[in-house]
Ligand binder design. Structure first.
Ligand code: 5GP
Length: 192
């Protein structure tokens, strides 16, 4: 039986390309007891991305409706391009069941959640160094030069936000960072 008092909402944020998505994917695979929110987004799917699994891919009018109806816990325009938001209902249901919930969102979204749910645990995923962050950003190679510059500018601002968070985890090795994250997801430590 899940322990309702001990399950918590954990918000994972950090700079672009630090590996938030990879850490979340590791948790999804290794820790099925952790529920991970599926965001709505207006960006187009990348090859291999599945609607309802990686994101709910929606058009602009649908996203407008979600915002107007208060169906999103938070939302933001990320990298000056598409909109991304966390559907509110599933998060509330999962927490009511006593299951730990994880949001992998950008900094603007984390600030909104902080305003409405200050009891959540806010985790900053940091790169081992700025050089390493740049290497990861360029190494991914999925963006053109202008897009990369835009993302680096965002990353610089996002790094400065570390002090707003409850905990910092340095993402040197994905499994290590992911296990540190999971250990934070229960008040008083994970169940035996
Ligand atoms: P990508 O397009 O590479 O999948 O994600 C771009 C950025 O959007 C990442 O930094 C990711 O954390 C952020 N993001 C994904 N879902 C959400 C969401 O629901 N809300 C907010 N605020 N950011 C999100």
């Amino acid at each position: 039986m899940a322990d309702v008092d001990r399950a918590r909402l954990t918000v994972l944020a950090g700079p672009t390309a630090v590996g938030k998505g990879t850490v979340a994917a590791y948790v999804r695979e290794q820790h099925p007891e952790v529920w991970i929110s599926v965001s709505a987004t207006t960006r187009r799917p990348r090859p291999g991305e599945v609607d309802g699994v990686h994101y709910h891919f929606v058009d602009d009018p649908t996203f407008d409706t979600m915002v107007a109806e208060g169906a999103l816990l938070e939302w933001a325009v990320v990298h000056g391009a598409a909109r991304y938001g966390t559907p509110r209902g599933p998060v509330e249901e999962v927490l009511a069941e006593g299951r730990p919930a994880l949001l992998e969102i950008d900094l603007q979204g984390a600030r909104q959640v902080r305003a409405t749910m200050p009891e959540a645990c806010f985790v900053f995923l940091a790169p081992p160094s700025w050089e390493e962050l740049v290497r990861r950003l360029v190494g991914r190679g999925t963006e053109d030069a202008a897009e990369r510059e835009r993302r680096l500018a965002t990353a610089r601002e996002e790094l400065a936000a570390e002090r707003e968070f409850d905990v910092t985890i340095t993402n040197t090795e994905i499994p290590v960072a992911a296990e540190e994250l999971v250990a934070l997801m229960w008040r008083g430590g994970p169940p035996d």
